[in-house]
Every structure is written in C-alpha cells, then in structure tokens.
Ligand binder design. Structure first.
Ligand code: BGC
Length: 374
C-alpha cells in the first residue's frame, strides 16, 4: 500500500516515498537473507580483523547499553598471566603408556565456537592441567595468514595431544596483515618477542599452520643443550625427510637458543628458505639441534592450492648465509595492528614493511663489507 504511486503532485514527496520503499526492501532483505550470509561469512572467515574491530565496537556499544559482555581491548595488558590456576604440589608426570600414540589426522573443519566447546578450560589461548603442576610452560607460535581451514584443523588435532602431554601451553597466532608476500621467519620472530613480553616461557615452539603431529608421544618440550626439530618424517614425502638438514614444520627452542641464533632471518618474503637459513645459523654457533625419534615425529602437512614454490628463495638463502648478527630478532620492525584474546589462542595481527627491512639489510651488508676491507 505504501508503495502504490501517489497522485500528489509534489515531486519531493515522491522521491521521499521512493527512498523509503528502497529502505524497506533493504531492511526486509537484511532480515531474511542477513542471517544466511552472515552464517556463511562466519564459516568461511571467522578470523577477519577488520570485521573483528567492528564487532568490538558493537560490543563496546552493548556495554553502554547494559549488556555487559566482555570486551577485549587491543594492546591490553597481558591477559594470559592474569588467570590464576590452583597450585598443585604434585608435578605432572607423562608416561608413554598414558599417551595414545599415533592417530589418524581428523580432517573436519569446525567453527571456533565448536572447538571451544570441544576443549573447555582454555583462557586467552592458555591451558593448564587441572590436577597437577606442569614442569614447563610453553608458548606455541603459529605464523598465519589466510589459512583458516588449516588453523582449525591444526587446533582440532594438536590441542588434545598437548592436553594429554600435561603441559602448560599458550597458543599465539601471529597474522601478517600486509598484502606483501608472506614472511614466515619474521612472523616467528614477532611471535617470540610478543610471547616473551607477556611471560618468560621455558620453551617456544614454532609450529607451521599446515603441519600436524600424528603422535602425542612427540613431546612439545625444549632441550637444554640443543634446539629440537619435532619432525622426523613427512607424510607427503612418504614419511621421510627430503634432506637431512631440513628444519621446517615444527622447531622448539629456549629463549637462550633463540637469542644465540638471533632467531630467524627477516629476509624471506617468499615461500620457504627461512628454515634452511636457520640451519646455516646453527652452523655458525655452538648450538645444534636434535630431532624427535623417528617413530614419534611423523607429521601430516596440509596442502594449499596457493602454495607457490619459488626459486628466488635460493638467492635469498645465499644472500643471508652470514647475516645472523644483524638480521633476526634484533632487527625485526613491526606494528601490532590488532590483538584479541580468544579462548583457544591469542591472536595478534601485525604490519611489516618489506622495503624498510630490505633497506636496513643492504645497509648492514655494506657496513660489514667496509669494516672487513678497512
Ligand atoms: C624449502 C624449505 C622447505 C623444504 C621442504 C625447501 O626447498 O627451502 O623451506 O621446508 O623445501 O618443503
């Protein structure tokens, strides 16, 4: 009835009514189709920091209107440390018999809310066993961008194994916001620095988002004398390693080991290579790495159609062979753009500048050459 053309002469009024009709149609569309599209969007991309910011503002709004939902503030102080867990006198003891051993990798992709229901007792990314005192506190760093399916699969498979290992662990998902090529090494460095800022963990485990341990006897722990590579065979390579010096997938290091190596190179804005550079770093220091026993360290890697292996990594491997002193955690530059304490992980979105990093690197190379020649 409202939309029936009116006989009134006034043009202005007609325009107003037309606009009102459009508004009504949009409102109806939103009411009927909105939930459907929103649900799909949620399924495809729950980790979307632009919409997370909007959502956060809505939550702030809700707070003023009496709906006292918890609001996560960006750059909040360390939330993971505020949680108080009961202290137990009995130290957690994991015996191999109590673990399950090798399992099939679950391939379902659940919603984060479903994962949270499946794994209760996690706060701000942290889990602490309830009946004993863990002997170690671990930060798990996951470099991330645009791999939500992989992240969900990793959490589904990894969390129950870590819970059985009875360790106190906090998961950090470090997302590179830029459109630039992904820099996994730098995300690992940033994850280390951000986690360390919050707590001096005994052990930092760097786990690629597409690498899933198959066996809970592959213990997430650090070695006192050596770093640890937690991969002994990759399903894609018929449960072998393509070469002996491979350090990809999952690596565990203490703060001391990470600092001695100056972390990872920041120069790999390209697929692969940063782990080969890590191997070169071990060669230049007194530190070495050990590998999980073959039977425990088998992993599945998830494939992604956008994985593009580039030969330019070989050039960067050559260029960074002796860059350890000035290229790494000491030189990483980044800005935290967004931070949210989700139950299963702390999500940190960072911006990095490829141009600045490369410029500083070249400057350091030139300075080093000058020093050597003078
Ligand atoms: C890359 C590494 C990668 C390995 C296994 C090498 O060619 O440089 O970064 O871990 O292949 O995929």
């Amino acid at each position: 009835m409202l939309c029936r053309p009116l006989r009134r002469k006034s043009r202005l009024l007609r325009i107003n009514i037309a606009l009102f009709c459009v508004f009504l149609v949009l409102l109806l569309y939103d009411a009927l189709l909105g939930p459907y599209t929103a649900k799909n969007a949620t399924f495809n991309q729950e980790l979307n920091y632009t919409s997370a910011k909007i959502h956060q503002n809505q939550r702030l709004f809700a707070l003023f209107w009496g709906n006292r939902e918890r609001v996560y503030t960006p750059h909040a102080l360390d939330q993971t440390q505020k949680i108080k867990f009961k202290h137990h006198s009995e130290i957690c003891n994991v015996s191999r018999e109590k673990l399950k051993g090798r399992e099939e990798v679950h391939t379902q992709v659940l919603l984060f809310s479903e994962l949270e229901q499946l794994f209760p007792g996690h706060h701000c990314g942290r889990f602490h066993p309830s009946h004993c005192q863990p002997s170690t506190r671990i930060a798990i760093i996951i470099p991330y961008r645009n791999r939500e399916f992989h992240l969900k699969r990793l959490l589904l498979n990894l969390i129950p194994k870590l819970r059985r290992q009875l360790v106190d662990f906090t998961i950090y998902v470090i997302e590179q916001a830029n459109e630039e090529a992904f820099n996994r090494g730098m995300m690992r460095n940033i994850g280390f620095l951000e986690a360390k800022k919050r707590f001096a963990y005994d052990c930092y485990v760097f786990n690629d988002v597409d690498t899933i341990i198959e066996d809970d006897r592959n213990l997430f722990k650090c070695g006192t004398h050596a770093a640890r590579h937690l991969v002994s065979g990759v399903r894609r390579y018929n449960y072998s390693l393509p070469y002996r010096g491979l350090l990809g997938g999952i690596v565990a290091m203490t703060e001391k080991q990470m600092t001695a190596l100056n972390g990872y190179s920041n120069m790999f804005f390209v697929w692969g290579g940063e782990d080969d550079n890590l191997y070169d770093r071990f060669m230049e220091t007194n530190f070495w790495f050990e590998r999980t026993d073959y039977q425990d360290g088998l992993v599945t890697t998830l494939t992604h159609r956008k994985d593009k292996k580039t030969v330019s990594r070989f050039r960067t491997i050559g260029k960074t062979k002796h860059s350890m002193l000035f290229d790494g955690i000491s030189s990483v530059r980044y800005e935290v753009l967004y931070e949210e304490y989700k139950p299963l992980f702390t999500w940190i979105v960072v911006g990095v500048n490829k141009f600045l990093i490369e410029e500083e690197f070249e400057l350091n190379v030139a300075n080093t050459k000058q020093r050597i020649s003078s």
